[in-house]
Ligand binder design. Structure first.
Ligand SMILES: Nc1ncnc2c1ncn2[C@@H]1O[C@H](COP(=O)(O)OP(=O)(O)O)[C@@H](O)[C@H]1O
Ligand SMILES: [Mg+2]
Length: 240
């Protein structure tokens, strides 16, 4: 089945100060596809994820979500189907403990308390947050915060998971743990993430979109771009 689930057509996004962050973006994402968005700082990756998650309405063009090729228009349904993990965990965490933060997500999607606690135990294990489960989030390390935001978003079992820079600012061990978790949880969902961690992109996705100056300059197979050093250099993805 090659159903499309998300489509951006001729999308522009201009910030209030006049910065044009996205220009004529055309993307079609298929069900269960894993896609890495790579590009240097300021190329528009974060803006693209915010527009693709329906949080920022495009200045021009359209963003559409589909279920069996049929467009979904109900905002509540759209909210439920898309989960986004922001780059900065502090923008996302607001409960008093790690445990409460994850339980809260589960209660939000209508789980009963017992069930929510049980699922939280599983997520705490999956993300290896056992040692800090009753800690206050602001006392966590950056890596633990990142894991917590991933846990509370995947708790809601979104059909489309968007993650902004999952491996940024992490030590090698946390980075590896997060890559493994994302591999596991993305198996049965559509997964879109931004990164300038090329190795993570190669490991987690078969398709890569390269952004440069608000535009898509490459959209294709991961294996093709890995071999293409010239393209990587031209778009500041490697520097030698
Ligand atoms: N809130 C904002 N107001 C104005 N310009 C912004 C804002 N956020 C981002 N930008 C600009 O939009 C462009 C794309 O930014 P961004 O999407 O954050 O890129 P990336 O995630 O690839 O680093 C940059 O030029 C950035 O300075
Ligand atoms: Mg960014």
């Amino acid at each position: 089945m090659n159903n499309k689930v998300l489509e951006l057509n001729e999308v522009d996004y201009t910030y209030f100060d006049g910065t044009k962050a996205l220009s004529n973006i055309n993307i079609r994402i298929l069900k269960n596809e894993k896609v890495a968005i790579i590009g240097p700082n300021g190329s528009g990756k974060t803006t693209l994820l915010l527009v693709a998650s329906f949080l920022y309405p495009p200045t021009r063009g359209s963003v559409k979500l589909f279920d069996n090729e049929e467009e979904i228009k109900d905002k509540k349904v759209i909210r439920k189907k898309i989960g986004i993990v922001f780059q900065d965990p502090d923008m996302q965490i607001f409960n008093q403990s790690v445990f409460d933060e994850i339980v809260f997500s589960l209660l939000q999607i209508g789980k009963k308390e017992d069930e929510a606690k049980e699922s939280t135990d599983k997520l705490v294990k999956l993300l290896r947050l056992d040692k800090v489960r009753y800690k206050m989030p602001h006392r966590l390390s950056f890596g633990e915060k990142r894991k917590l935001t991933i846990a509370s978003v995947i708790a809601k079992e979104p059909e489309i998971l968007l993650v902004d820079e999952p491996t940024s600012n992490l030590d090698p061990k946390s980075r590896r743990e997060i890559i493994e978790v994302l591999k596991e949880v993305s198996t049965n969902s559509t997964f879109l993430f931004s990164t300038h961690d090329l190795e993570a992109a190669f490991e987690l996705s078969k398709r890569i979109i390269v952004m440069y100056d608000g535009k898509i300059v490459y959209d294709g197979k991961t294996e093709d771009i890995t071999k293409n050093k010239e393209t990587l250099k031209r778009y500041d993805l490697i520097y030698e």
